[in-house]
Ligand binder design. Structure first.
Ligand code: ZN
Length: 310
């Protein structure tokens, strides 16, 4: 069994319009844009990172805005809902704020004893806010949301699969325990984790496979402390029969990827070196940062990418 995973690291999704995306996550949700770079595998599109002040693992939501991409179709084999933790008592504030900004249909309910507010992102993607007890992380408050309501990072994510038992087996191998079930949802938690340690597995045996497009989550990444821990995890996964990519340098972390039996793309990412690697804390996310392999494209990309200035 793997013991080195600490919780979620980041969640990466697909968007249609970079500026709409940036405005929603920075101005409506009040997250900080901690990096403005390009998709390393398709440098003609942005890779935008949002999170807390420094982009702490477990707080980082990232987007690839592809202007020409068709809309995704929800289904199985993907992340369903991305859930953020907010302070206790904050849902009233958020209900009003989200309604003001037209964040789709807003539904308040309770899941596993926690009050939850569900809403949609600009491309229809599923989000929720949960009043999380005992979460001591600090939210970003320069984005217009006060400290007593600011998003602290991820609370959890839901994984939609046709076969919940196969996903459960993988999560147990990754160090998660099944906590409780409610209907077709099983809640898993990571006892040794540090933040964003909850995953809900939704079993939907009759639901078709998702079709990826804008509004879809592309992959979900789990945090490990460093490269040594990542290599341990890679070896364990490979030993268990998973086809895992070689270690890939993403400049702000090292990444390995593997496809789960139900089709969800998992990544394991290192906490090091982080987003302060090439920008001061005070100016994170301001300048267009390019990885060395694409730095020769700067003049071209500064012309072709839509400007995002705040
Ligand atoms: Zn990733």
């Amino acid at each position: 069994m793997i013991t080195r995973i600490q919780g979620l690291h980041h969640i990466t999704s697909l968007a249609s319009d970079a500026r709409t995306n940036n405005a929603f996550f920075t101005k409506v949700l009040g997250l900080r844009r901690v990096k403005k770079t390009v998709n390393f595998d398709a440098p003609d599109v942005y890779h935008l990172y949002y999170g807390d002040e420094t982009g702490t693992p477990g707080s980082v939501l990232t987007y690839f805005p592809f202007p020409q991409m068709p809309k995704g179709r929800a289904g199985t084999g993907e992340v369903g809902t991305t859930v953020f933790a907010v302070p206790e008592g904050a849902l009233g504030y958020w209900k009003e704020r989200l309604a003001t900004f037209n964040a789709g249909e807003i539904v308040q309910d309770t899941r596993f004893g926690e009050a939850r507010l569900c809403f949609q992102g600009p491309d229809g993607e599923g989000f929720a806010l949960v009043e999380a007890k005992g979460d001591t992380r600090t939210g970003w408050t320069d984005g217009g949301v006060p400290a007593d309501a600011a998003i602290r990072g991820f609370h959890s994510a839901s994984l939609r699969v046709r076969d919940g038992s196969a996903m459960g087996e993988l999560l147990r191998f990754m160090g998660y325990d099944m906590q409780e079930t409610a209907g077709n949802v099983a809640r898993f938690t990571l006892p040794q984790g540090s933040a964003a340690t909850v995953l809900d597995v939704e079993t939907l045996p009759e639901t078709a496979q998702a079709k990826q497009g804008t509004g879809s989550v592309h992959h979900i990444a789990f945090a490990v402390e460093n490269r040594a821990a990542q290599l341990e995890v890679r070896e364990a996964l490979t030993g268990a029969g998973y086809k895992v990519t070689p270690v890939i340098d993403r400049d702000y972390f090292r990444a390995i990827y593997f496809r789960t039996p139900g089709g969800v793309l998992f990544e394991v990412a290192t906490n090091e070196p982080g987003f302060e690697r090439d920008e001061d804390r005070a100016h994170l996310g301001e300048a267009l940062k390019l990885p060395a392999q694409h730095s020769h494209l700067r003049a071209e990309l500064e012309q072709s990418l839509p400007p995002i200035v705040d």
